[in-house]
Design a protein around this ligand. Structure first.
Ligand code: DAT
Ligand code: MG
Length: 150
């Protein structure tokens, strides 16, 4: 599998519940590399752009309200297969069905308070990274790289 990047966002509930360190720690310990990071609040126009694909859904307005309700932590993580593996680490959309050991399975109950976002494909990751980090992200190579990747 190829090196790729994914966009991960800790949602307002994850920030308020002090899960930032725990979540970053899971991605770090897995072996992925942090390439972008910021604590930021977004307005509803921005949240609607991020979730544009879901604009026809009945829950869209509630979803946007939730995302703008407090600061979020926006991140870019890099590594082999990080998009799919990141989704596995996050768990299914409905936390009540997420396996224990996943982030949602361990820390969330309701669908509308599911703590974290992760890109669902390499293409959407590219779009989301460009939206959230228009200024670009850090260029660096971890010195642990060759201990993690063959
Ligand atoms: P995911 O966040 O797992 O990629 P998604 O992209 O389908 O899920 O939806 C984005 C968010 O919208 C999701 O994290 C929670 C909310 N959501 C999705 N489906 C929902 C539903 N049927 N009812 C209420 N909220 C929903
Ligand atoms: Mg999604």
């Amino acid at each position: 599998a190829k090196m790729e990047q994914t966009f991960i966002m800790i949602k307002p509930d994850g920030v308020q519940r002090n899960l930032v360190g725990e979540i970053i720690g899971r991605f770090e310990k897995k072996g992925f590399t942090l390439k972008g990071l910021k604590l930021t609040s977004v307005d509803s126009a921005f949240a609607k752009k991020h979730y544009a694909d879901l604009s026809a859904q009945p829950f869209f307005n509630k979803l946007v309200e939730y995302i703008v309700s407090g600061p979020v932590v926006a991140m870019v993580w890099e590594g082999r297969n990080v998009v799919a593996t990141g989704r596995k680490m996050i768990g299914t959309t409905n936390p009540s069905e997420s396996a224990p050991g996943t982030i949602r399975g361990d820390y969330a109950i309701d669908m509308g308070r599911n703590v974290i976002h992760g890109s669902d494909a390499v293409e959407s990751a590219k779009k989301e990274i460009a939206l959230w980090f228009p200024q670009g992200i850090a260029e660096w190579k971890s010195s642990a790289h060759h201990w993690i990747f063959e």
